[in-house]
Write a protein that binds this ligand. Sequence first.
Ligand code: MN
Length: 712
Amino acid sequence: MSISQNKKIILYIIIAFAFSFATRLIWVNDFKDTEQFKFNNEFMINTNDGYIWAEGARDILAGSHQENDLSPVDSAASILTAIIVKILPFQFETIIFYMPAFLGSLLVIPLILIGQSIQKAEVGFIAALIASIANSYYNRTMVGYYDTDMLNIVLPTILLWSLIWAIRTKEDKYILFMALDIVAYRLWYPQSYSLEFAFFGLIGLYVIYQYFKKEDFRFNFALLTFMMFAMMGLDGIYRVAIVLILFGFMKFKNELFIKYLKYIFLLSLVLFFVAGGFDLIWNQLKAYVFKDAVSVTGDDLKLHFYTVAQTVREAGQISFTTFSERISGHTITFLASLIGYIWLSIRFPIMLLGLPLVGLGFLALFGGLRFTVYAVPVMGLGIGFLIVEFSRMITDGVFSNGNKIAQTIVGILLTISVLVPNINHVKEYKVPTVFSKDEVVVLDKLKSIATREDYVVGWWDYGYPIRYYADVKTLSDGGKHSGEVNFPTSFALTNPQDVAAKMIRLDVEYTEKKFALKENEIDKNRTNIASMTLNNGFKDTNDFLLALSGDIKMLPKTRDVYLFLPNNMLNIYPTVKLFSNLDLMSGMMGKNPFFYKTSEFSETAEFIELGNGVRLSKKDASMQVGQNSIKLKRFVKTEYISKEKLNVNVQNVAYDGELNVIYMSNYHQFLVVDEDTYNSTYFQLFVLEQYDDTLFEPTILTPLLKIYKMKI
Ligand code: MN
């Protein structure tokens, strides 16, 4: 590579990186005056899951955290964040907000280097411009999208780059890059396993091909051996050590290394199986295949739980248009990229190494849209190649001697036309922050009220942000929300206050007690609800749940517990209910609650029209729901008479009525709910503030978020 060539590559990298980063500032500019998106003078992040890494980084910087508080202080994302915070002179919030934009933009480097490997740096440059802002890649690396996604595509693209360079140049150093990148990728994202394995399989096939063609396959065989050692199920530090020792062996005793390569490879395979490498694949497969609605758990008391996979609706069919747009910004661009990639692979068969990424991306057609992002870099190379070749062919045809300037202009115009739909997507993609400032102010206040050992109980979606802002413990979060974990919280939020309070107290104390138990102690492997049932002398959980309204054996209270009740939960109330709306003994689902919420309504002389065929007759106060007429039990109006004082006016309409209408005047919304929902702890405490003062006391009550402390 000549000096000027090097300079060109560096220039391309700088331009592409600046382009990628600057495009991400469009969001910042759009919301610069939105104060509700900011806290502590900086934008908040826009992904729930990001708060877990933020919690870990905060605790690393603080130097301590509480036992069993689930803070991920050992995670690569938290450690990297803490290091960056230490080094750079910016505040914590600024760093986590901009980190994805910065790290995500690093994708341009391996792409440009891959272009360089086939002596076509322009191909890599165009690929870098497009891939760095392609819809799905942008969505997962935009400012505030602080999650492992920020390196999840960069690291395998570096892997692709090092494999291409290794196989093309047969230089040892690329083997080392490759092995270290695999270790880093796994540390960063443990689920990376299947992709690494696909790369391994592809190169394995190539080695077999070379073997039968009687070609010299020793270098690639060594490459495979290093891959296997880098991939096995040992701690990263051991794998780095093995890789370094082996690399030294290869470097300095090459003849001996080649002689024993067969055996070293066999050893790597044996170690792979012994270290449980196969279990990793098996577990991933199981997670994909077994997705029942209800799962059965327990040895002595078999209970049925609702599984969360049913409500996380990222999976599922997506249309071809959505699929193409997420990968390339436009269907035509996607098809052109595909043609370009096929052409590129015919001209440079080494580019077939991109297949694992393409394949994983194309899984999106069956497995849901979260996969599309993997195809982005390789499809970028496809369109980059097509544009470069196409503009050369056009200008070769028009100007017989191949006018360089004309070729460049055509190339630039084509690149811009491919970028436009992606930039339009960036402009339209106005994602809000997870919480608004008003909500975070409450959590921040709670931080000074609650201690770090106290529990704040809310639905699992809010777990990570609660822990980050209030520095407390939670029962569930973005990583801990199986059916058995969600059951007690769901039960408490959707049942009356007395049983709710007992259930939460029991769940908190059993959760803490379980942490302390040894593996062989009986309650360790039971779900909390199974322990509660059996320890209270019941064999049937339904009997225990009934007994909960009477005298029940409680565990001693070890800490304070707060309830986290946001207005936003009104949007997911029916989902929350699902997790406890089943018979745990039989798995039979219960009847869905009647729950209707609307903010679009109008009033006529006879009716209050609530939309979707729901209306309230003013004449006889009956509800009409579609064709049915249902008796109204209560009409409730809530209204803030001062900033913090909620006035609740309840009109009892009919004793035997079945539905309740609640008009939350300041929220401009109507709720129509059945009697069970009306009496639920969430409704009584959040919507109506009718708390039982022997069980709960208000801690912080605001229109968007209410916190109560449990008295029992
Ligand atoms: Mn903590």
